[in-house]
Design a protein around this ligand. Sequence first.
Ligand code: TYD
Ligand code: MG
Length: 435
Amino acid sequence: MGRCPGCGTWGSMAEEAVAVTAATGAGARAGRAGGPRRPARPVTEVPLDDAGRAETGLPELDRVLGGGLVAGSVTLLGGEPGAGKSTLLLQAAAALAGAGRTVLYVSAEESPGQVRLRAERLGACAPRLLLAGETDVPAVLGLVEAHGPDVLVVDSIQTVRDPHVPGTAGGVSQVRECAGTIVRAAKQRDMATLLVGHVTKDGSLAGPRVLEHLVDVVLEVDGDRHHALRLLRATKNRFGAVGEVGCFEMTGTGMTGVADAGRLFVGEAADGTTGVAVTLALEGRRPLACEVQALVAPTNLANPRRVASGLDAQRLALLVAVLQRRVALALGDRDVFASSVGGVRLAEPAVDLALCLAIASSRRDAPVPRDLVVLGEVGLAGELRRVAATERRLAEAQRLGFAGAVLPAAYDGPAYGLRLHRARDLRQAMLAGLA
Ligand code: TYD
Ligand code: MG
């Protein structure tokens, strides 16, 4: 088959010979029960799997992992090229090695010499950190046999290859089989394993999604290559909560954890600047003050542009329509550009109202006061809806020194010392939020 009937992509099917074994043969289908190899036990008598957590020396990474690296766990770290995956893992590897664990770092992309250079720069040279440049999976397993590491890093799963499996490195069968082999070794030896995975242009992890099913933890490093800030998220975690977010800054000496994101995602615009509004986005459990910027400019185009960066383009188009119809903001002959600050991606509906106020502010040439935060989801009728965890967001706004907040009228919780402007709809919010 040339085309996958599931997802419609061409050339993604790979041939696979299936050996007929007892498990897939007629005997299994007839429902013959095998003798139990390990009997079932009461839940209270099963030993906890959580015992061997190792701290990685990077508190932000530990937090996202749910308190450190679990022995025998397999973690997939995804991210675009240049996001800082290799840097982060090398730092973690060095810290783990420094704490007395044997770490094998297999680089299938860079030569050990290159990795050494980076390690020097990061101050990440520990004698128990072993480097190998290897692309062959059986050879990697040989190294694992020889050195018996506590932690294995494979950078990356798309560049290693198993000669017994057909297909090129990075292809569907190769990625799945190689990952499967490594996962089995990790479980057998109780070896914590970290795999680097590349992300395709559309933002999904390259290779089959089965990779996500094979591993215990999926982490993604997110951030604009042109900005220093990086967010680390867990999208799957068998040992902790998903939704935790780690914040890092890419510096000359590697990925530095930022414990207090404070105003990192808020620009430096002077008082009286139009087209900017600050909101509090929730990243995991953590409220982050984020600035939304909009620029409304006259255009001669028959179809004016609506361009979003760091924000959802569909949502921008929708909110422009709501502004046109519900508060009669004239945007029909204008381009609208909208963006977040610092490369952060804002996907929450709670950001709607800040985006609307930024657009209205630019169009009307009236600034949103810089000491005001804006929270609220905007409906198609122009009504405002309450956002989740408003209390936590307001508390953070107060901590960061904001003086007031525009928010949906439905909120009836405490004010946290802020001047609250409760608005029922977009019109009221604009009256309260635009100077
Ligand atoms: P890298 O970890 O190689 O990214 P990935 O493995 O995800 O592709 O690092 C990417 C970028 O980070 C690279 O452009 C250089 C920069 N960098 C720093 O700014 N400081 C540093 O200390 C290091 C090691 C890299
Ligand atoms: Mg890399």
